[in-house]
Design a protein around this ligand. Structure first.
Ligand code: GCW
Length: 688
C-alpha cells in the first residue's frame, strides 16, 4: 500500500535504519499501537531487526520497548521509568523516553503517545541506541490542536484553481468533483504529518463552493473514507462548512442561527457526520468574509453563529474553528479612516466571553493577511475568555509561491515568542496563549501540499511543513535546529554517509531566506506590493486604488500608513502596554514595522542610521544579490552526488526564477521610489 512515484520527504526508509536493525517490543492495544507495530515491522524487514508484539511476543531481550504505563504486571520496569519522568500526567499524546541498562523505553498513557514516541526514536536515529543511560524525560505537545487546513476545492475553480493559493499542483484529496482516489498517497501524507506531530486536518477550502457544501451531507462518505486513512496516524478530520448550508442544500429558506429549524437542521447534520466518522474533529468556518455567507445577513453576531454550530457539535465532542478573518473587502480607498488592520479586533474583542466552550476562534497571526512582515495580531491578547488558535500560512501565497526559497520557521518563531505585554507582569507569549491548557486552542496552518511528486512543488518548501508541525509541538524550538532535523531525516542516507557539506549549503541557502525575501519585496512592514489577484511578483501600486484595504500611501514626500491614535486610524490602541506606546511612536517603533504604523518622509532616519529611501535602495540591491548567491551556492552541489539529480534540477530551476523575480522586484521598487521621491541612491548604483 505504498505511494509510488512520490518523494519520501522526511521519511525515507533509511530514516528507520537504526530502529529497524534492533530488537523491538511493541505492547499496547488499538489502531495506533498497531500502526507503531507495523512501522517497526516494516523497518525490521528492511534492516534485519526483530519485532515482538504483545501479548504473544517471544521472550526478550529487547533493545527498545514501547509500552503503555498501565502495563505494569507484565513489565515492572515501566513503574521506575515512568516515576523517573516526574509525576505530571503525560496526557493523551505525551510519552516518556529513557534508556536504562542498554534498553530504550517509550512509555505513554495512551497509544497516541507511543506513535509520537516512535517518531522521536526515528529522529534520534542511531544515537537512540548508543552510549550509556539516558534519564527518563517526558515529552508533551505544547498545543492541544496542531492542525493543517487545506484550501482544496473538489473541482478546478475558474479563478482560484484546484487548490486556492496552492503552488504544488492539484489536491491530494480531490479531483474532478470527487475523491482523487489515491488512498496510498493520502496514507503516506498522514504518516508524514504524524511524524511532525500534526493531529488535525481540514480537507476542504474555507471558501466553500456548492460542490464542497455537499461534503457535509450526501457526500459524507468521501470524507469518511479519508478519515479512515488518517485515523491510524492519530489525525482527526475537520470539514470547512458553508454557513448557508441549510439554504444551499435546499432544506430551508433561511440560515438564521437563532431560527429553531436552522438549529435542528445543523443538529441533524452533525449527528449524521458523527455516525459516519465517530472521531470527527469539527467544523472550520469562514463567515461574513470575502463574500462568504454568515450571521450578519440575519442581523446576528458571530457569537450567535458560532454558538449555533457549537451546540450541534457539542453532544459528540466536536469543535468549531471560527475564523476571525472578517473585514470589509469593498472599502473605498479614498476613505483613510477605515483600517483593515483594525477589523478583526473591532469585530471580535467586544464578544470576548460570549463564545461557547467548544468554539475556537482562529486568528491569523497578523492583522492583515499573511504578509512577509506584520506585527502580531492584537486579537491574540484581547480575548482572555475565548479559546484561541493562531493561524499561520505554510503555503507561500505572499512569500514566493514555492518558486522562491523562503524558510518561514524564523518568522513563525518570532510570532510565537512575541510577548503582547512585553516582559512586564503578564509575560506570557503568543505560544503560551494559544497553548493555554484551560483554553485549549492551538496552532493551525494553511497547507502547502498538493499532488506534486515533491509534495510541495519546491522541494525545499517541505522544510516549512516539517517545521510547522514541530513548532506546534514545541514552539520554543530553534528554527535552525529544526532545519537540521529535517536535513538529517530527508537527506541522511547519503551514499557518502556524511550530510555535512549538504547541511552547510542548505543552511546557507535557507536560514536567512525569509529576510532575503523581505529585502527584495515590500519594505519596512508596509506590505501588499504584489500583483493583484494571483499575488506573485511586484506591482507597487497594484492594490493602491482598490477596495481591498491594502494601501501604502506613497507620494512624493513619504510613505506608510498612519495607524497611530494621535493622527491616524487608532490601530495602535488595540495593543496592551508597552506595545501601544512603542508602536505609537515613530522613534520607538522597530524599523522592520515602521511603515506599517507610520507615514514618514523619505528622509526619516531609521534606528539602523540610514534614511527610509536609502534603506529601500540598499535592501533591494542586497536582496537581489543574496538570491544570486543562493543560486550559486546550490549550483556548487551539482553532480556531487549529495542530492538526487532530479531534485537538484528542480531546485536549480526554481532558483533561476527566484533570481529573475528578485531582480524584477528590485528594479520596480527602486525605480518607483526614485521617481516618486527624486532622491538618488547615495551609492550611485543603476536604477532603471
Ligand atoms: O489571503 C487571502 C487569500 C484568499 C483566502 C483568504 C482567507 C481562502 O488571498 O485566497 O481565501 O485569505 O484566508 O480566507
Amino acid at each position: 500500500d505504498t505511494a509510488t512515484g512520490v518523494h519520501a520527504a522526511w521519511l525515507p526508509p533509511e530514516a528507520f535504519r537504526a530502529l529497524g536493525s534492533h530488537r523491538v517490543l511493541v505492547r499496547g492495544d488499538g489502531p495506533l499501537a498497531v500502526t507503531v507495530y507495523e512501522e517497526v515491522a516494516r523497518a525490521c524487514v528492511d534492516y534485519g531487526g526483530r519485532v515482538g508484539r504483545s501479548p504473544d511476543a517471544e521472550a526478550g531481550p529487547y533493545d527498545l520497548v514501547f509500552a503503555l504505563t498501565g502495563d505494569v504486571p507484565a513489565l515492572p520496569a515501566v513503574v521506575d521509568v515512568r516515576a523517573a519522568a516526574g509525576a505530571e500526567p503525560l496526557g493523551e499524546e505525551g510519552f516518556v523516553f529513557a534508556r536504562v541498562g542498554g534498553v530504550c523505553f517509550v512509555l505513554a498513557d495512551a497509544a497516541a503517545g507511543l506513535l509520537y514516541g516512535l517518531f522521536h526514536v526515528v529522529r534520534l536515529g542511531g544515537s537512540a541506541f548508543e552510549g550509556g543511560d539516558v534519564p527518563a524525560a517526558a515529552h508533551r505537545p505544547a498545543m492541544r490542536t496542531r492542525m493543517l487546513d487545506h484550501w482544496d476545492n473538489l473541482e478546478v475553480h475558474p479563478v482560484m484553481g484546484h487548490v486556492e493559493r496552492g503552488y504544488a499542483g492539484g489536491s491530494v484529496f480531490w479531483r474532478d468533483g470527487g475523491p482523487r482516489g489515491d488512498l496510498p498517497r493520502v496514507r503516506a501524507y498522514a504518516r508524514l504529518l504524524a511524524a511532525t506531530g500534526i493531529n488535525a486536518v481540514s480537507v476542504n477550502n474555507v471558501n466553500v463552493h456548492t460542490a464542497e457544501t455537499h461534503l457535509l451531507t450526501d457526500r459524507l462518505g468521501d470524507v469518511a473514507e479519508l478519515a479512515d486513512v488518517f485515523r491510524p496516524y492519530g489525525i482527526r478530520l475537520h470539514l470547512s462548512v458553508n454557513f448557508a448550508s441549510p439554504v444551499v442544500l435546499g432544506a430551508l429558506t433561511t440560515a438564521d442561527p437563532l431560527d429553531g429549524e436552522v438549529r435542528a437542521w445543523w443538529a441533524k447534520a452533525a449527528a449524521g457526520v458523527y455516525q459516519a466518522i465517530p472521531d470527527f474533529g469539527g467544523f472550520v468556518v469562514k463567515a461574513d468574509s470575502e463574500g462568504q455567507p454568515g450571521p450578519f445577513s440575519y442581523g446576528r453576531s458571530h457569537a450567535d453563529g458560532a454558538n449555533m454550530l457549537a451546540e450541534a457539535l457539542a453532544p459528540f465532542g466536536g469543535e468549531v474553528h471560527w475564523r476571525a478573518f472578517v473585514y470589509n473587502h469593498q472599502q473605498d480607498w479614498r476613505d483613510r479612516s477605515t483600517d483593515r488592520a483594525r477589523a478583526a479586533y473591532d469585530h471580535f474583542a467586544p464578544q470576548d466571553g460570549e463564545f461557547a466552550a467548544n468554539v475556537v476562534l482562529q486568528v491569523k497571526h497578523g492583522p492583515m493577511d499573511f504578509q512577509t512582515r506584520e506585527p502580531v495580531s492584537p486579537v491574540i491578547a484581547a480575548m482572555p475568555r475565548t479559546r484561541l488558535a493562531v493561524e499561520l500560512q505554510v503555503t507561500q501565497e505572499y512569500t514566493g509561491q514555492q518558486r522562491h526559497v523562503c524558510y518561514l520557521a524564523p518568522m513563525w518563531s518570532g510570532v510565537l515568542g512575541f510577548r503582547p505585554w512585553g516582559d512586564g507582569g503578564e509575560a506570557r507569549d503568543v505560544a503560551a496563549l494559544a497553548a493555554d491548557p484551560a483554553a485549549g486552542g492551538g496552532l493551525v496552518a494553511v497547507s502547502n501540499v498538493g499532488d506534486d511528486p515533491y509534495w510541495t512543488g519546491h522541494p525545499l518548501a517541505q522544510a516549512n511543513l516539517y517545521a510547522f508541525g514541530r513548532l506546534a509541538w514545541a514552539p520554543d524550538s530553534d528554527p535552525a535546529a529544526l532545519l537540521d532535523e529535517w536535513i538529517d531525516l530527508t537527506f541522511g542516507a547519503l551514499p557518502s554517509g556524511d550530510p555535512a557539506p549538504l547541511r552547510s549549503t542548505l543552511h546557507a541557502v535557507m536560514d536567512g531566506s525569509w529576510q532575503t525575501y523581505e529585502r527584495y519585496t515590500a519594505p519596512l512592514g508596509v506590505g501588499f506590493m504584489v500583483r493583484p489577484g494571483h499575488h506573485y511578483g511586484p506591482d507597487v501600486d497594484g492594490y493602491e486604488y482598490t477596495p481591498w484595504g491594502t494601501y501604502h500611501y506613497a507620494d512624493r514626500d513619504g510613505i506608510g500608513v498612519d495607524r497611530t491614535r494621535a493622527t491616524g486610524t487608532g490601530y495602535t490602541g488595540q495593543y496592551p502596554q508597552p506595545w501601544s506606546e512603542v508602536y505609537e511612536s515613530a522613534e520607538r517603533c522597530p524599523d522592520e514595522l515602521l511603515l506599517f504604523f507610520h507615514h514618514v518622509p523619505y528622509g526619516h532616519v531609521l534606528h539602523s542610521g540610514t534614511t527610509v529611501i536609502q534603506h529601500i535602495y540598499d535592501t533591494h540591491f542586497a536582496g537581489a544579490l543574496e538570491a544570486e548567491a543562493m543560486r550559486s551556492r546550490w549550483a556548487e552541489l551539482a553532480g556531487g552526488g549529495l542530492v538526487d539529480a532530479a531534485l537538484h534540477t528542480r531546485v536549480a530551476e526554481r532558483l533561476d526564477e527566484q533570481v529573475r523575480c528578485a531582480q524584477e522586484w528590485r528594479d520596480q521598487v527602486n525605480a518607483y521610489f526614485l521617481r516618486k521621491s527624486g532622491v538618488p541612491d547615495a551609492h550611485g548604483r543603476h536604477i532603471p
